[in-house]
Design a protein around this ligand. Structure first.
Ligand code: BGC
Length: 251
């Protein structure tokens, strides 16, 4: 494991691209994050320019490895799926693209996987053994599985087919917004079914709920009747950036 104590993380999402230098000992930002809105045309070239801009905004981190999240499957730095960003990402070597745009060594990983690494080191899954399932509820549903502290990358349980639907199209917070569901109805009619199915398939010891809406967890988590302990993420919207920085530093 590397001895690096600072790193730079960038979190790519459907609405914004956010980056900050991270203290890898505490898991906290060293400076305010920079957020740039995701452009309408979020293709690889446009996003690489933004990633380059964000990295250049933190010159004090030059030379430290850069971790970048992507909202899709990433294998060996290559994007394999892109449910909520343009399909032109599929097959793109994002690691090479961002390394060229920033002049740094880069690690690219799935956004939920990054959040799980951060929660595992600094947050709600700290010191928790066994199987931890993190779900991020946002535009889509991201999932990450950590077994005795080790990440099993690229689980895509947000795309389980449940009752004939892609799960995230019904149970994400994006679906809640789109359909104007109250927290109560979203929890009872959508999340309840989703978490029941997933706990029967994975049998986790703990479920951690992340994504922007986890800030409002007191409005919906108590409506769920499932056997698995379920808790909100602790790092909230910093988890992607922190986990990305952490993963890059530990390569
Ligand atoms: C993608 C996942 C991603 C999640 C959250 C899903 O649609 O398939 O890879 O983690 O959205 O962004």
């Amino acid at each position: 494991m590397s001895q690096l104590t600072t790193g730079l993380g960038i979190d790519i999402g459907g609405s914004g691209i956010k980056g900050a230098p991270v203290d890898l000992v505490s898991g906290e930002f060293l400076r305010d994050r920079l957020k740039i809105l995701t452009p309408e045309n979020a293709d690889p070239a446009a996003m690489a320019r933004i990633v380059g801009e964000i990295a250049a905004h933190f010159p004090e981190t030059a030379g430290t490895p850069l971790g970048v999240t992507f909202p899709g499957v990433v294998q060996g730095g290559v994007v394999r799926t892109s449910a909520n960003l343009p399909k032109s990402w599929v097959g793109t070597d994002a690691r090479a693209l961002f390394a060229e745009a920033t002049g740094r060594p880069v690690r690219v990983l799935n956004d939920a996987d990054a959040a799980a690494l951060a929660e595992n080191r600094y947050g709600a899954a700290r010191d928790v053994g066994g199987t931890v399932l993190l779900t991020t509820l946002g535009t889509g549903i991201g999932t990450a599985l950590v077994v005795d502290g080790r990440l099993v990358p690229n689980t895509e349980f947000g795309h389980l087919e449940i009752d004939g639907h892609d799960a995230e199209s019904r149970a994400s917070s994006g679906a809640k917004e789109r359909e104007g569901l109250s927290y109560h109805d979203w929890a009872k009619k959508r999340l309840q079914r989703y978490y029941r199915v997933i706990e029967d398939l994975v049998w986790p010891d703990l479920i951690v709920v992340g994504g922007g809406v986890s800030r409002k967890s007191e409005k919906f988590l108590h409506h769920l009747d499932i056997r698995t302990p379920i808790v909100p993420a602790e790092l909230r919207n910093t988890a992607g950036i922190v986990g990305a920085a952490l993963s890059a530093a530990e390569v």
